[in-house]
Write a protein that binds this ligand. Structure first.
Ligand code: 13P
Length: 249
C-alpha cells in the first residue's frame, strides 16, 4: 500500500508572518494517517521545521544543487536542506525548468545528490498546452521520466508529480480521464523500468489547480496517491480541506 501524500509548494511566497498558518496546520494535524508536507521558501525552512517539529507536518525544499558543496553562489545543497530540517525536496518543477533552463539531465543529477543525502525527491513532469494540443502528452511525460529519474529510485526515495504546465495557477484542471490516462501510463513506465514491486511502491501525485472543491474527485482517480498543491497550500483552511479529502479518499 502506498502512503498518501498531501504536499504543499509555497513557491516564492511567504515570510515569517506565514508561519502562523503553518502553526495552525501543525496544531490541526498533531499526527496524521497520511503524509503531509509543506515546502516553504529556503529562508523559512529552519523556522518552519521548528514550528512543525512535534506535528504530522513534514518540511521540504523546493530545489537543491547537484553538487554537495562548493562555489555556487546563491544555491542550496541537499545537505543544507537536511540540516535545516527538511526531509524532502521538489525537483524539476516546470517553473525551474522554464525560469532556470533545467534539463532532464540536471534534474536527474540533483535527484541523485538528494537521494544520497537522504532526502525524498519529488520529481515533477508535465506537458505544456501546445504539447497537449499536439497529442504529445504521453511522449513528453515519458521522456521527462526517463531522463529525470535516477536508477537508484525506490518508493522510499522518489515521488513523481504529474503537473500539466497549463493547469498550474490557471484554475484549469484536466478531465479525470486525462489524469487517469497519464497516471496509469506513469505507473506502467515505473513498473517496466524498476520491476513490479518498486514500480508499484513509488507514489504519484497530481498537481495543478487542486482546491478543496475539486480534490475529492481527483483523489478518486486510479494511481493518484496525493497532490502537489501551490496556491491552495498557502492558507491552513484551504490546505486542510485538501488533506481531509485525501485522508477520506
Ligand atoms: P497551483 O496549485 O497553484 O496550480 O500550483 C501547482 C504547482 O505548481 C505545485 O507545484
Amino acid at each position: 500500500m502506498r502512503r498518501k501524500l498531501a504536499a504543499g509548494n509555497w513557491k516564492m511566497n511567504g515570510t515569517g508572518a506565514s508561519l502562523a498558518d503553518l502553526s495552525e496546520l501543525a496544531q490541526r494535524y498533531p499526527d496524521s494517517a497520511i503524509d503531509i508536507l509543506i515546502c516553504p521558501p529556503a529562508t523559512l525552512l529552519h523556522r518552519a521545521a521548528e514550528v512543525t517539529k512535534t506535528s504530522g507536518v513534514a518540511i521540504g525544499g523546493q530545489d537543491c544543487h547537484a553538487a554537495q558543496s562548493g562555489a555556487h553562489t546563491g544555491d542550496v545543497s541537499a545537505q543544507m536542506l537536511m540540516d535545516a530540517g527538511a526531509s524532502s525536496v521538489i525537483l524539476g518543477h516546470s517553473e525551474r525548468r522554464v525560469d532556470h533552463g533545467e534539463t532532464d539531465a540536471d534534474v536527474r543529477a540533483k535527484a541523485q545528490t538528494a537521494m544520497e543525502a537522504g532526502l525524498l525527491s519529488i520529481i515533477c513532469v508535465g506537458e505544456s498546452l501546445e504539447q497537449r494540443e499536439a497529442a504529445n502528452t504521453l511522449d513528453v511525460v515519458g521522456g521527462q521520466m526517463a531522463g529525470s529519474i535516477p536508477d537508484q529510485s525506490t518508493g522510499e526515495n522518489l515521488v513523481v508529480a504529474y503537473e500539466p504546465v497549463w493547469a498550474i495557477g490557471t484554475g484549469k484542471v484536466p478531465t479525470l480521464e486525462q489524469i487517469a490516462e497519464v497516471h496509469d501510463f506513469m505507473r506502467t513506465l515505473l513498473e517496466k523500468r524498476f520491476g513490479e514491486s518498486i514500480g508499484q511502491s513509488i507514489r504519484l501525485l497530481y498537481g495543478g489547480s487542486v482546491k478543496p472543491g475539486n480534490a475529492a474527485e481527483i483523489f478518486g482517480v486510479s494511481n493518484v496517491d496525493g497532490a502537489l498543491v501551490g496556491g491552495a497550500s498557502l492558507k491552513a483552511a484551504d490546505f486542510s480541506g485538501i488533506i481531509d479529502a485525501l485522508a477520506d479518499a
